[in-house]
Design a protein around this ligand. Structure first.
Ligand SMILES: [Zn+2]
Length: 176
């Protein structure tokens, strides 16, 4: 786990810079969203300002996604550069959010950050709601489904399996 105690770091420094290679198991990417198979490289640069910290991230990584139209698994590059602010929860009752605030992450304790959590969040934000292997993906394309097979006698092995299953079911029904 990459936990950065910013309070301690900024007692000594005015700028924090580091490079990490985070293995997939530490990213803990939600499997229902996609699969990360290779380490994600992160360059992080943090500076302090009055209300919190500026976090600059340079992320290099990719994820395997399933196309929402044709179900093919494809690779998507998630490399990105991000600048975020990390602040404590504001004490005021009502806050008017400016567009700039949209990149602010409010944290209970902004002095201690978990870099893996931040990187995971940024990676998930890059995943489209309906991933497509390519913008003009035509969808499922199978000669069996379209009945365009030049040899109609040839049977889809999947149908053969289904037939056998049905036969088994008939036998079971007959026996009871
Ligand atoms: Zn597709």
């Amino acid at each position: 786990m990459i936990v950065l105690n910013l309070k301690e770091i900024f007692d000594r420094e005015t700028r924090f810079q580091a490079r990490y290679s985070i293995p997939p198991q530490d990213i803990r990417f939600p499997p229902e969203v996609g699969e990360i198979k290779e380490p994600v490289d992160v360059y992080v640069e943090i500076t302090k300002y009055d209300r919190g910290y500026n976090v600059h991230l340079d992320i290099k990584g990719k994820v395997e996604l399933e196309c929402s139209r044709c179900l093919v698994v494809f690779e998507k590059d998630l490399s990105q550069t991000k600048d975020k602010h990390i602040e404590t929860y504001p004490v005021e009752e009502t806050i008017a959010l400016s567009p700039e605030d949209l990149e602010v992450s409010f944290m209970e304790d902004p002095d201690v950050i978990n870099l893996e959590d931040i990187v995971r969040e940024e990676l998930i934000l890059e995943i489209p709601m309906k991933p497509l292997c390519r913008p003009d993906c035509p969808g499922i394309h199978s000669p069996y489904l379209l009945f365009e097979d030049s040899n109609p006698k040839r049977e889809d092995p999947r149908f053969a399996i289904l037939k056998n299953l049905l036969k088994d079911m008939e036998v079971e029904d007959g026996g009871s």
